[in-house]
Design a protein around this ligand. Structure first.
Ligand code: ARG
Length: 458
């Protein structure tokens, strides 16, 4: 029988199926290094405050440091019979320092221990993910710069709307990712609060030094309410929420690129490294990477909902239900790391089909309808009237199967006398984007400025 951290009052063994059901070692082993780091800090503090004999504190720190090295080398073997990672680390310490190990679990409980482990894990992972988002932003910015002269049909309702710079649209993704970074930074700040020493829920009568532990572990504050500290999983939910929002962005980007890579749109070409083929149709090159990213958004949402529902209505303080925060958290973090890495490679593999895009813009002159309406506005026509007039011109062209540029000026004047020969200059995508004036618009000068500003952020 494997030793437990709570065996004393029990006379009988647990039911084997229940034992397996309640064990978290399969997944909370992910917390191994954080559990050891927190325990090292705790042992140092117990020694410094003379709560346990110095020589035992030193022996514990020595033993845990060896375990940490094994974790880093990947040679730490968790006892599969251990109930959880806290027990597994304790059992490993017992093997290394049998005379001292039992002094470690003083003035702490697994309730505060699991929170400190989780917070350390989250702080680390949030840094890694933030760096990955920045790397993706750089790849997107490089893609935008490389294609700075490319104009595409801007869409609303997935219908041709107004010509926009491709770089302008890429900057939209960059802005979304920037807000994702900000959201994660805000949560990271809330993760910067040290819970150890809250013990089961009420603190301890022993004279511990919590500020010292916080300093050793790199936390800037200690929590001021021990009940809240062991009961709080808001930070897990906030991370899952920020990740869900980020996956919404990923899925929208994925959807755009899936559409853009169809023969109908033909705007981008996704590198073969991120596509797969069909087992029956030899010609197929399918954007499966993007489809799976679009779909994995549901996994991120499911993890958020799982944690939210698990926490709902739980009485204070710690309840074992909270053990089930880890699977969704780890799953979403791992998913995010994978998807961010794939997206970066995918963006770097993307090529733009410039000729095909030009052709499409030239084929559909109705995309300049707003430019024509604003032309009339600049000649004193009220916008609603201009809107009406240009709408009629577009219908006339469609019905009679003529290009707007082929309509005679006299005929156009029949729609509005304000039309003049220079109206035909409007039917040009480059001119259209250049004509935009407002802050944040698709004007190439402004888009270049936006890109530059973004570069300064690096
Ligand atoms: N595995 C538990 C969790 O993840 C650790 C805390 C156990 N605490 C307890 N009182 N049983 O929440």
């Amino acid at each position: 029988m494997t030793k437990k951290l709570w065996g004393g009052r029990f006379t009988k063994e647990q039911d084997p199926l229940f034992w397996k059901f309640q064990s978290s070692i399969d997944y909370d082993k992910e917390l191994a290094r954080y559990d050891v780091e927190a325990s090292i800090a705790h042992a140092k503090m117990l020694g410094k405050c003379r709560i346990i004999p110095k020589k035992h504190a030193q022996a514990i720190v020595g033993g845990l440091s060896q375990i940490l090295k094994n974790i880093e080398k990947g040679t730490f073997v968790v006892d599969p019979k251990a109930e959880d990672i806290h027990t597994a680390v304790y059992l490993a310490l017992v093997k290394k320092k049998p005379k001292s190990a039992d002094y470690l679990h003083t003035a702490r409980s697994r309730n505060d221990q699991v929170v400190v482990d989780l917070l350390l894990y989250c702080k680390d992972k949030l840094s890694v993910i933030t760096d990955q988002i920045k790397a993706l932003q750089y790849s997107l910015a490089a893609f935008a710069e490389k294609n700075i002269d490319v104009i595409i049909p801007g869409l609303t309702h997935t219908q041709h709307a107004v010509p926009v710079l491709l770089a302008h649209q890429v900057l939209a993704y960059l802005n979304m990712l920037q807000r994702d970074i900000e959201r994660l930074a805000q949560v990271k700040e809330r993760c910067d609060i040290m819970p150890l020493g809250s013990c089961a829920l009420a603190g301890t009568s022993l004279t511990i030094d919590r500020a010292y532990v916080a300093k050793l572990l790199g936390f800037s504050k200690v929590n001021e309410n021990s009940i809240d500290a062991v009961s709080d999983r808001d930070f897990v939910i906030e991370i899952l929420s920020a990740i869900s929002i980020m996956f919404m962005h990923f899925s929208r980007f994925a959807e755009d690129m899936i559409i853009y890579s169809t023969p109908e749109f033909n705007i981008v070409d996704i590198g073969e490294a991120f596509c797969t083929g069909s087992s029956i149709m030899p010609q197929k090159k399918n954007p499966d990477s993007l489809e799976l990213i679009r779909a994995s958004c549901s996994q991120a949402y499911a993890n958020l909902v799982s944690a939210m529902v698990m926490m709902k209505g739980l009485p204070l303080s710690y309840n074992r239900d909270m053990q089930l925060d880890k699977k969704p958290l780890f799953d979403s973090i791992n998913l995010t790391e994978t998807v961010l890495a794939i997206l970066k490679g995918l963006v770097e593999s993307m090529k733009v089909n410039k000729e095909k895009i030009q052709q499409r813009l030239a084929d559909d002159e109705s995309i300049f309808a707003l430019d024509m309406a604003e032309y009339l506005v600049s000649r004193g026509v009220a916008f609603s009237e201009a809107h009406n007039v240009v709408g009629k011109v577009v219908v006339h062209a469609t019905k009679n199967n003529v290009r707007i540029s082929n309509i005679e000026l006299d005929e156009l004047k029949g729609f509005a006398k304000e039309f003049d020969s220079d109206v035909f200059n409007l039917l040009d995508a480059k001119r259209s984007v250049m004509s935009k004036r407002s802050i944040g618009s698709t004007n190439p000068l402004l888009v270049r400025q936006q890109l530059k500003k973004w570069h300064k952020k690096k």
